[in-house]
Every structure is written in C-alpha cells, then in structure tokens.
Design a protein around this ligand. Structure first.
Ligand SMILES: [Zn+2]
Length: 227
C-alpha cells in the first residue's frame, strides 16, 4: 500500500481518493450549488460529490466563497499535504440533456417539503406560520370535486383549516385564500429544495428566477422580516 502511494506521481490523484473530512469548516452539511456550464442552477450536491466532480475535471469554473477545504494525501516528492478548495457554486460540464428543465412547459415534482417552502410555512387560510409537521397539502379545488394534485391547485394549510374546509372549495367554506398557488420554475424549485442557503448562493439563484416571480417577492419579504 505504501509503495502504491509513493508511486502516485501526481498530487491531484491522491486528493481524489482521500476521504479526509474538511479542514476549514467543521460543518459538512453545507450544500454546494451545481449549475450547468452556462450557469443555470441544476441541483444541490454534498462535499463528496463536489470533490468528485472537481477531480473528474467536470468543473468549468466556480463562484462564491470557499466553503470547504478538503485535505488530500502527502505528496511523495515534496512532502506537502495537498488541499482541495470547494466553492459555494460549481459550474459543471454536462453529460445529460437538461434543456427540458428550462423549457416553459417544465413542471418540477410536487412534494410537501417544497410546497410548504413555496408558501413560506404559512397556512394560506389563517395566515399563521407552522412547522412542516403541522402543515398539510390542501387541494384548493378538492380532489372529490375533480381538483388535481398539481402545483397550481395546492397550498399549505394548517390541519385545523384543512379539516374545516374539508371537501369544499374556499368559496363554499367561506375561507379566503391569502396567496395564489403557482408552479415554480426549475430555478425556483432548486431554491425550494435548498437547506441553509448561503447569501452568495441565494443572490445567484435570485438572478435566475423569472422576472415576474411571485417567489422572489416572498423571499424578499421574508428577508426583511428576518432583519
Ligand atoms: Zn390555518
């Protein structure tokens, strides 16, 4: 084993197979935003996947601050330990067709987690904020009346409001919807899937939201409230 290590001439190779945890940041849960080569946001990846893409030379360029510095192997010749810096945003060369993600007809998959984040964890009937576990998916036009299970017909609702509304439309139940349900674009969906998004990642994502994005307004309002 020692012989194999010593025979690896390139520092880079050793980095790619070393699993040593990060030096700079003890928190390994921070996600890296992967984009395509033109900068369209694709998905969140972890530090291992980011390191793999860098080692495979799939990263065309990187943006944002350095969030990980991974420790590599010791170079047999120089005796120096190599490191690998990973930025907040990595633009990668694509191998799979992704253009469908950015077509007008694209609809991201519907999940409660993304739905509740779209609605900022507010019940869109009583306007109160809840944790995910206390929210439910309400079909504005009820399924029993032919309503469909799609982004445009669902909102976050607390269990109390959802029970009260039951199998009725908002009009029939005398309840007013506080915001319009909408279908997120792929870039907005990437935001909805993010956990603890860094400021530079957020700024980058916002530039890819559609011009008339309802989500942008909600995000801005939430940021103001947090200040
Ligand atoms: Zn409610």
């Amino acid at each position: 084993m020692e012989y194999m290590h010593a025979s690896l001439p390139v520092e880079h190779n050793m980095l790619c197979f070393d699993d040593t945890p990060a030096l700079a940041t003890p928190d390994l849960h921070q996600q890296v935003l992967r984009t395509d080569v033109s900068g369209m946001p694709l998905e969140w990846i972890n530090h291992n996947e980011a390191a793999r893409l860098i080692c495979l030379e799939r990263v065309a360029y990187s943006l944002g601050g350095i969030i990980y510095t991974l420790r590599g192997g010791i170079n047999a010749i120089t005796g120096q330990q190599s490191t690998l810096a990973i930025n907040a945003i990595l633009a990668t060369q694509g191998q799979h067709p992704i253009s469908h993600l950015f077509s007008k007809d694209y609809t991201p998959p519907l999940s409660n987690r993304a739905l509740f984040k779209r609605d900022q964890n507010l019940c869109l009937y009583c306007g109160l904020r809840f944790q995910d576990r206390d929210l439910s998916r309400d079909h504005v036009n009820p399924v029993s009346k032919g309503g469909v299970d799609t982004w445009g017909n669902v909102v976050a609702a607390c269990k109390r409001c959802n029970n009260h509304k039951a199998g009725r439309t908002p009009e029939q139940s005398g309840m007013q919807l506080l915001a319009i349900p909408f279908v997120p674009t792929h870039a907005e969906y990437v935001y909805l899937q993010g956990r603890r998004i860094l400021a530079d990642q957020m700024d980058f994502l916002l530039t890819h939201f559609p011009r008339n994005s309802l989500l942008r307004e909600r995000v801005k309002q939430a940021a103001k409230q947090a200040d």
